[in-house]
Design a protein around this ligand. Structure first.
Ligand SMILES: [Zn+2]
Length: 108
């Protein structure tokens, strides 16, 4: 049988006593409550660490995905198809410009 200190008055009481014989404070329940509170804190810390780890994983994967996409775009731009597409886009832009010029001339 171990002796514990009463959480209210600090006197030594039996750890099996439900209430303190000196002051009548509920000895065991107070201890259990504080233990539960510690469990909640530990649980919260675990959840925070878990969320941080998941966020880091998602963030890392996202950054990796962005890098892969950027690399792909660069490769595509440097490839023959990419260059052809880029020049096509330029042609389209030129056509649009000339169309808007013609429209301006017709309008004025
Ligand atoms: Zn007491």
């Amino acid at each position: 049988m171990a002796m514990i200190n009463c959480p209210e008055c600090g006197k030594e009481i039996s750890d099996k006593a439900k209430v303190c014989p000196s002051c009548g404070a509920p000895a065991k329940s107070v201890q259990e409550k504080s233990k539960k509170r510690k469990d909640i804190v530990v649980f919260a810390v675990i959840i925070v660490v878990f969320i941080a780890a998941v966020a880091a994983c998602i963030g890392g994967a996202y950054l990796h995905e962005m890098k892969v996409q950027e690399q792909y775009r660069q490769n595509f731009r440097n490839s023959e198809n990419g260059r052809a597409l880029t020049s096509m886009h330029e042609e389209v832009e030129k056509s649009r410009e000339s169309i808007s010029k013609i429209r301006d001339e017709l309008g004025s």
